[in-house]
Design a protein around this ligand. Structure first.
Ligand code: NAD
Ligand code: LMR
Length: 326
């Protein structure tokens, strides 16, 4: 018998990230080229014509594993029975804004979508929030999905993680696959705490030499999203889609022994004393069975602890700002 297609919803499907993400999924980059998939594309009513164009292009690729593409403007219909949901649809910031300036404009979307997931998605759905500010939007969504497992909701800090690997490899004149164990703690924002203290390059511990080099790289990475907006006139899209694929792939594959990836996850029960009701990025590992566990017992030096406290403070402030929706 033919395998049942895996049902995947993508919101903001007429937007720029989706224009890369959908084709990557359909090609098999998430589940492998043999796994049949059914794509559910959700966007606003006024974007349905644009969605039709995207659907035509998906058809025109004749991807062997893409069994069906359906278009929606209502989240409860789009999420019916879905196994994975990429929540991308939200307004992007423009130059000069911080991501949290989008909270009041975007937050409500995640009330509606959290409820819809709760009503109609598979009970085993995995949800990745990409739309900014993604940590707090994810917290809103999970608060409105009480019948789903909060540990199945993730916010995307994988792009920050990948950016750090890219820059470290450049600095060390090494290849990217020789750089391991960087970690992003906290918020996908300019307060993100970047943990270089466990990084290994070519199997050896990495050190910056000068304090000023660590500070300079931290700032470059904290501002990378803004730098892309300044240069492109639009926020990152292909790199964001790539990170979204990797963020979910990382829970489907066992993490190599002794390594980790960064993922925004629900903080309840975390071993690092972080407030228990946040979506916070931690170094994580997976057994490959759609799970994501926080790496335990990592040493945190006073420098990193200070940065973690700052990013936690920002997330608590963001939560206060959306209290009415929680
Ligand atoms: P875009 O403006 O190109 O596309 C957004 C799409 O979402 C539009 O088609 C819009 O109609 C749709 N949309 C808006 N409200 C919706 C709703 N309620 N339901 C369904 N669809 C809705 O934006 P983009 O460049 O694709 O970025 C999308 C989001 O992702 C932004 O918030 C951006 O800041 C964020 N982002 C996050 C990361 C990350 O690392 N977490 C990286 C890049 C971008
Ligand atoms: C990014 O990091 O590129 C995205 O979050 C977009 C942004 O607003 O910076």
């Amino acid at each position: 018998v033919a395998a049942k297609p895996v049902r995947i919803a993508v919101t903001g499907a007429a937007g720029q990230i989706a224009y890369s993400l959908l084709f990557r999924i359909a090609q098999g980059d998430l589940l492998g080229p043999q796994a049949p998939v059914e794509l559910h594309l959700l966007d606003l009513p006024q974007s349905q014509e644009m969605l039709r164009g995207v659907q035509m292009e998906l058809d025109d690729c004749a991807f062997p594993s893409l069994r069906l593409t359906k278009l929606f403007s209502r989240p409860e219909e789009a999420f019916e029975g879905v196994d994975y949901a990429f929540l991308v649809g939200a307004k992007p910031r423009s130059l000069g804004m911080e991501r949290k300036d989008l909270l009041l404009e975007n937050g409500e979307i995640f009330v509606e979508q959290g409820r819809a997931l709760n009503q109609t998605a598979s009970r085993d759905v995995r949800v990745l929030v990409v739309g900014n500010p993604c940590n707090t939007n994810c917290l809103i969504a999970l608060h409105h999905a009480p019948n789903l497992n909060p540990r199945h909701f993730f916010a995307m800090t994988r792009l920050d993680h990948n950016r750090a690997i890219g820059q470290l490899a450049r600095l060390a004149r090494s290849s990217v696959d020789e750089v391991v164990n960087v970690a992003i703690w906290g918020n996908h924002s300019s307060t993100q705490a970047i943990d270089f203290s466990h990084v290994k390059i070519q199997g050896k511990p990495f050190s910056f030499g000068r304090e000023s080099s660590r500070e300079a790289l931290t700032q470059l990475l904290q501002q990378r999203g803004a730098s892309v907006i300044q240069a492109r006139g639009k926020s990152s899209a292909a790199s964001a889609a790539h990170a979204a694929i990797q963020a979910l792939r990382s829970i489907l594959e066992p993490t190599p022994a002794g390594q980790w990836f960064s993922q925004g996850i629900y903080s309840q029960g975390n071993p690092y004393g972080i407030d228990e009701d946040l979506i916070f990025s931690f170094p994580c590992q997976s057994s490959g069975r759609k799970d994501c566990e926080i790496v335990q017992r990592l040493q945190i030096d006073s420098y990193l602890q200070e940065k973690i406290s700052l990013t936690q403070k920002e997330l608590i402030e963001e939560r206060e700002c959306v209290r009415r929706w929680l």
